[in-house]
Every structure is written in C-alpha cells, then in structure tokens.
Design a protein around this ligand. Structure first.
Ligand SMILES: NC(=O)c1ccc[n+]([C@@H]2O[C@H](COP(=O)([O-])OP(=O)(O)OC[C@H]3O[C@@H](n4cnc5c(N)ncnc54)[C@H](OP(=O)(O)O)[C@@H]3O)[C@@H](O)[C@H]2O)c1
Length: 267
C-alpha cells in the first residue's frame, strides 16, 4: 500500500535519490529541503505529486517550525527518514550554542522524534535513521562535543553520528509497545556533496569520490527499510549488523539521551 514518507535533506544526494525511488514505487513522498528553490527543483525531478516542506534543521526554532508544519499537513505520515546531515570542516556554533553538526546530525532528529511522537504512534510509523559506518571512530565526549570543544575536521562527524546512533536502541525500546519501529542504516560510501571543501584537501576528495557509489546505490537500502520494516537496529548497506563499541555503551547512551532531553525539556 502507498505510504506517506517524509524525507529530510531531500533536495540532493541520497535523500533525493531515496525520494525518487519511493515515488517510483507509488509512495506519497514529502520532501524536506531548507531552500525552496532547491526543493522545487527536487520536486520537478521526483514528480509533481511529491509534496515540499521548507525546513531548516540547523537550530531548535527551525526543527520546531518544521514539526508544526508536518503535524498540520501530514497527520497520516507512515514513515520518517532522518537523512539530512553535514560533515563539518570547521567549528561553527548554531543559534542555540551547539556545534552545528552535533545539532543537525544528532539533536535535530532527537527533537523531531519527540515533537512528532504522537503522530508516529497514531500511525504505527516507521523511522529510518541514516547514519554512518564511521561511527566506531567517534569519541563522543558529552562534556565537550556538544559545544565543539573537542572539534576535529576529521573526527567530529563520527562523534555526531555516534551520539545519534546511541539513542536509536533507546527510541526502539521506548516505542516498542506503540508499534513505532526504528532502524539506522549506513548507506555505503557514496559520491555526493557531503564534506565538500575548498583547498588541496577538497581537490583530493573530489578525485577520490569518483570511485564511490552513486546516490541511487546509497538510496537502495534506505528505501527498502521504509518499505519493509526490519526488527534489526542497524544495517550496513544491505546487511543487518550488530552495533559495536562505543555504540554499545549503555551508560553513555543514557547520558546522551538525558542531556538532549534536558536541553529540550522533553522526557
Ligand atoms: N555520502 C556518503 O558516503 C555517506 C556515508 C555515510 C552516511 N551518509 C549520510 O547520508 C546522509 C545524506 O548525505 P549525502 O551523502 O546525501 O550528503 P549531501 O549530498 O551533502 O546531502 C545532505 C543533505 O542534508 C541537507 N541538510 C544539511 N543541513 C541541513 C539543515 N540544517 N536543514 C535541512 N537540511 C539540511 C542538505 O541540504 P542543503 O542542500 O540545503 O545543504 C542535503 O540535502 C547524511 O546523513 C550523511 O551523513 C553519507
């Protein structure tokens, strides 16, 4: 049966490819993009029956506004794909004082899950969290990472994906009785704009990316996990895979959850 599927970061890359694949299967796709122009261009590619919501996951006010619009326009949503993400090359603090990637990659999905929780429960919805296989390289330090005090152009991305992934089993537990399911997926090493930067490193990255997979390849498992809910918590591309440390650190997970919950005044 056709589903209503919300995809964040759907203006380009893996999010756009996922939207195209799901629309081709007959789903009603809701594209979330932060710039209207880009969102309209994506919609033209996906099909005019796709819906567009302009939303910015960079700060609390943006996530709150996005949640309000999604609740009002799509109370019947069947699936939510947290795909938007960034690989930061330098430390930037957002309007709330958080390191930008920590907010976009970890806190924004955490908050959106809470703000939409009643809608997700009412529809026994499916949540797919796009993560990264690099998470074991993360050294998320709850006292330093959120404000970027330990910022590293190489490691912070992994820290933010680790923080986000630590909460996935806790959401799964929380939603078990309500019929909401959540699975995280590493989409593969994919040729998109992720982490693009200027200078010699940027040039080198551009060259290396030529051998990486296509956005369509990255979208395959993401789209499949929307269509076929799986009890596994984490997929590496097509394979259900056990999480490894530090993502299995339950004390750290509880701390990461408690800090995010306190920041947003949610349970
Ligand atoms: N590519 C890979 O090899 C790879 C590997 C593992 C995991 N992933 C994950 O896959 C997901 C998609 O990445 P991608 O490779 O497709 O990268 P991408 O082409 O750079 O796309 C990232 C998407 O996120 C959106 N986004 C970023 N910040 C946002 C914000 N504040 N509000 C709303 N949207 C925002 C971007 O929108 P704008 O166009 O407005 O910037 C863009 O649509 C990410 O979560 C990434 O971490 C990718």
């Amino acid at each position: 049966m056709a589903k209503t599927v919300v995809i964040t970061g759907a203006g380009r890359g893996i999010g756009l490819a996922t939207a195209k694949e799901l629309a081709a299967r007959g789903d009603r796709v809701v594209l979330v993009a932060r710039r209207r122009e880009q969102g309209e261009a994506a919609r033209a590619e996906v099909g005019q029956e796709a819906e567009l919501v302009v939303g910015d996951l960079a700060h609390r006010a943006g996530v709150t506004a996005l949640a309000e619009e999604l609740r009002a326009r799509f109370p019947d949503l069947d699936a939510l794909v947290h795909n938007a993400g960034i690989w930061p090359s330098k430390k930037v603090l957002n309007a709330d004082g958080y390191e930008q990637a920590f907010f976009t990659n970890h806190l924004a999905p955490f908050l959106l899950n809470h703000l939409l929780e009643d809608v997700l429960k009412a529809n026994s919805a499916r949540v797919v969290q796009v993560t990264a296989g690099l998470y074991p390289k993360g050294k998320m330090d709850p006292d330093r990472t959120p404000q970027g005090r330990d910022f590293s152009g190489m490691r912070t991305y992994a820290d933010t994906k680790l923080a986000n992934l630590l909460t996935v089993p806790l959401f799964a537990e929380r939603w078990e009785d309500a019929g909401v399911t959540i699975t995280a997926v590493h989409p593969g090493v994919i040729r998109t704009g992720l982490g693009d930067r200027s200078g010699p490193l940027g040039l080198l990255l551009k060259l290396v990316k030529r051998s990486w997979g296509t956005p369509e390849a990255g979208a395959r498992t993401v789209a499949r996990l929307v269509a076929e809910p799986s009890p596994a918590l984490y997929y590496e591309e097509e394979r259900p895979t056990e999480l490894v440390p530090p993502a299995t650190d339950t004390a750290l997970a509880r701390r990461v959850w408690a800090d995010a919950a306190a920041a947003f005044d949610v349970a």
